[in-house]
Design a binder for this molecule. Structure first.
Ligand SMILES: Cc1cc2nc3c(=O)[nH]c(=O)nc-3n(C[C@H](O)[C@H](O)[C@H](O)COP(=O)(O)O)c2cc1C
Length: 368
């Protein structure tokens, strides 16, 4: 398996959620100056690149679900964003089941060549039974979904790095398969995954380059990270960690808190509860009941991935300090959602990011 077993010395990285799904990232009737279309997203990607963001994360959804009436497909949308930028890396979300690893390996290898090595993948394992039912995909048990995802990742990595690749799994089989051309990125495009359950963590410790988890408090995140890294170390690996946060940065703390209060006050209870029912089924379906959303409250669920819990809500200084504290507990990347994406990404780049870099430099000096 690729990768070193120690944490790389690096600045904390930033990603933003691509709003390729309508309705923004909060299930609320508050005004959102965010649009799911390509014109808005092209300007957003260019703004984010300029602001200092490293990655953009696209989403995959096949059906409306709750509060997301329109959904552009992740791989093709990611490619459009890559062609509109020059440094930003874009993560295409992929669901094993609808996608076969041979198709993904081929598709992403080509995109990697077209974009000078800037495509990456986020393997998601599925939480929405209704969606699978709608497109005629069998809905596997929770841990079976992860067993399939792990085979998917092993197959993908094998195809990307090996000639005459053979694999005999329960879900996928390959016989002396040689992909040409192999991807430009070496050893291969980065492999991210999303999920927090026991099965998700163990899969990360074994095969993923990056582990993405829902928002949470620093102590809960630390427990999760320590758990994963201990297992990864047994496999001679280090897994990079990305954490979701819904960022509300304003000149004063009062303003930021007022925005949060308004988002929650204007939450759409029917949609939040329906989303909550679906994801809790998914989270509690994991045998240990620790999956994403297993303990989410109504307020948490107003943001799709518990992003308020990370508490990047306040002034640029408060947020920068909390980000550096996240880095200290083992977080390598913050995945940011915003209410009004373009204007807030620009503000984040101008006001928050320079403070983060200053604090990181100060800490490095102290440690030296
Ligand atoms: C950062 C992040 C991004 C995700 N993106 C998607 C997505 O685009 N589409 C999707 O169906 N699920 C997505 N998921 C859901 C996960 O793949 C997984 O199904 C869910 O978190 C439940 O995981 P668990 O059973 O391990 O708790 C995402 C999860 C995270 C943490």
């Amino acid at each position: 398996m690729s990768q070193t077993s120690t944490r790389p010395e690096a600045d904390i990285k930033f990603a933003y959620w691509v709003p390729n799904v309508s309705g923004g990232l909060v299930v609320s009737k508050i005004e959102q100056r965010t649009h799911w279309g390509i014109e808005y997203n092209t300007r957003l990607a260019q703004t984010a690149e300029q602001a200092g963001f490293d990655y953009a994360l696209s989403q995959i959804r096949f059906t409306a679900g709750y509060g997301a009436e329109y959904q552009h497909e992740s791989v093709s949308f990611s490619q459009a964003l890559l062609h509109a930028t020059s440094k930003l890396k874009v993560l295409a979300a992929i669901l094993p089941g609808p996608w076969h690893p041979a198709v993904v390996a081929k598709q992403l290898s080509t995109i990697d060549h077209l974009t000078n090595g800037r495509i990456a993948i986020n393997v998601v394992s599925g939480w929405f039974r209704g969606e699978f039912h709608a497109i005629g995909e069998p809905w596997l048990d929770h841990d079976e979904r992860y067993r399939r995802s792990e085979e998917f990742i092993r197959a993908l990595r094998g195809i990307w790095t090996t000639d005459k690749f053979s694999f005999h799994g329960d879900f996928y089989r390959f016989h002396d398969y040689t992909l040409q051309p192999k991807p430009l990125s070496q050893p291969h495009p980065e492999i991210f995954q999303g999920g927090s359950s026991r099965a998700a963590r163990d899969m990360a410790a074994r095969v993923s380059d990056w582990y993405f988890t829902n928002g949470n408090t620093p102590d809960k995140l630390k427990a999760q990270i320590d758990d994963i890294q201990a297992k990864a170390a047994q496999n001679g690996r280090y897994v990079k960690i990305g954490v979701n946060a819904f960022v509300i940065a304003r000149d004063t703390e009062e303003e930021a808190k007022a925005v949060l209060a308004e988002i929650i006050a204007k939450a759409d209870p029917e949609a939040v509860n329906a989303f909550g029912d679906a994801v809790k089924q998914a989270g509690q379906a994991s045998p240990e009941r620790e999956g994403n959303w297993a303990t989410s409250t109504f307020e948490d669920l107003v943001q799709y991935n518990d992003g308020f819990r990370t508490n990047l809500i306040g002034t640029p200084q408060q947020i920068a300090e909390r980000i550096v504290a996240l880095k200290a507990i083992g977080v390598d990347l913050v995945l940011c959602g915003f209410l009004h994406f373009i204007e807030e990404v620009e503000y984040f780049g101008r006001k928050v990011l320079p403070l983060v870099r200053e604090l990181e430099a100060q800490r490095a000096l102290v440690a030296a």
